[in-house]
Write a protein of this length. Structure first.
Length: 328
């Protein structure tokens, strides 16, 4: 089968489409998926550069964390799907290939109103966002949410999910144009961080000093101290991304006074049973919103798989708004 392959770790020029060994036949509750489309993530860039190795049991040099396609074969104990069903899901690696072998618990049926390109934009962003703000952050109707990098794939997914529950959302971005586009998705308060803006000051001003209940942080260390300042009493800070650094000063006094919860979360390295729980909650609570068109795919651009180098360069340029999809 063909796959996106890292010839050597480093720049996008080291990527190629290579014939690799066919996958084994599915057994027990495994499903073999014929991949039609898959989406790029920042993790793919990190892995390509040698900074984010695949978990044990997943290919070191074949990228891909999410996919959409058709069931090609099923194991003897698999009963959730049949051959030919349209499915999408998450994996810890290997999705950017013609075929993917996965546990059936990590799959969901693609809603009828989505094509394969639209479907590829959904799994990683929406499962990550849904798990972070609702399962980890326990965000409730009537509370407030701050999303950093709100114009990213996960940021846009979190914005749509929160607005579907009529939650007030604040969002930050370095790019004013992305903030304007996010208003079309329901963003209530846009905060530009491109010119060293003190977002904590803005948050406290906009909330009459109360702060926000939940912060979804896709940036990391550079925002940490202001995040604590921005939290309401008993607020929850959900740490998902580290593009702004890994190490920050920690104001213990403020954390104690606010009775803050600081929660780190990652999806890729979780055991299958935990990822299956996140997928099941997504299928139960999010798929209906897609079918009813209350939320929509966040598609930016589509590249044929043969243009994988160009796709990586485009994602690295930070021009994208939403998801970059690869099509076989």
């Amino acid at each position: 089968m063909k796959a996106v392959y890292i010839r050597e770790f480093g720049g996008a020029e080291n990527l190629e489409i290579r014939e690799v060994e066919d996958l084994p036949k599915p057994k027990e509750k495994e499903v073999l998926v014929r991949v039609k489309t898959c989406a790029l993530n920042r993790a793919d860039i990190l892995q390509r550069n040698g900074f984010y190795p695949a978990p044990l049991g997943f290919p070191e040099r074949i990228l891909g964390l999410e996919f959409a396609g058709e069931v090609a074969e099923i194991g003897e104990d698999a009963g959730n799907f049949k051959i030919g069903d349209r499915v999408f899901g998450i994996t810890a690696g290997g999705a950017q290939a013609e075929f993917l072998l996965t546990d059936e618990s990590l799959l969901a049926g693609i809603p009828a109103n989505l094509n394969f390109i639209e479907a590829a934009t959904i799994p990683e962003a929406f499962i990550t966002a849904h798990d972070a703000i609702f399962t980890q952050g326990n965000l409730q109707t009537g509370e407030t949410l701050l999303i950093h990098a709100v114009g990213s794939g996960v940021g846009l997914a979190a914005l749509q999910l929160a607005k579907a529950k009529n939650i007030k959302v604040f969002g930050t971005s370095r790019t004013k144009d992305k903030l304007e586009k996010c208003r079309e998705f329901g963003l209530d308060e846009a905060i530009s961080t491109g010119e060293n803006t003190n977002f904590a000051e803005t948050i406290n001003e906009k909330t009459d000093g109360r702060g926000v209940d939940v912060i979804l942080d896709l940036v990391g260390a550079s925002f940490f101290s202001e995040n604590l300042e921005s939290l309401a009493l008993r607020g929850r800070l959900i740490l998902v991304g580290l593009t702004g650094g890994r190490t920050a000063e920690f104001n213990l006094g403020m954390a104690l006074a606010k009775r803050a919860k600081i929660i780190g979360t990652v999806l890729r390295s979780r055991p299958t049973v935990e990822k299956a729980e996140a997928t099941a909650k997504f299928a139960k609570e999010v798929l209906l919103l897609i079918e009813e068109r209350k939320i929509k795919p966040n598609l930016d651009k589509v590249f044929p798989i043969e243009e994988i180098k160009e796709a990586h360069k485009y994602l690295e340029s930070n021009q994208s708004f939403g998801k970059v999809v690869l099509e076989f």
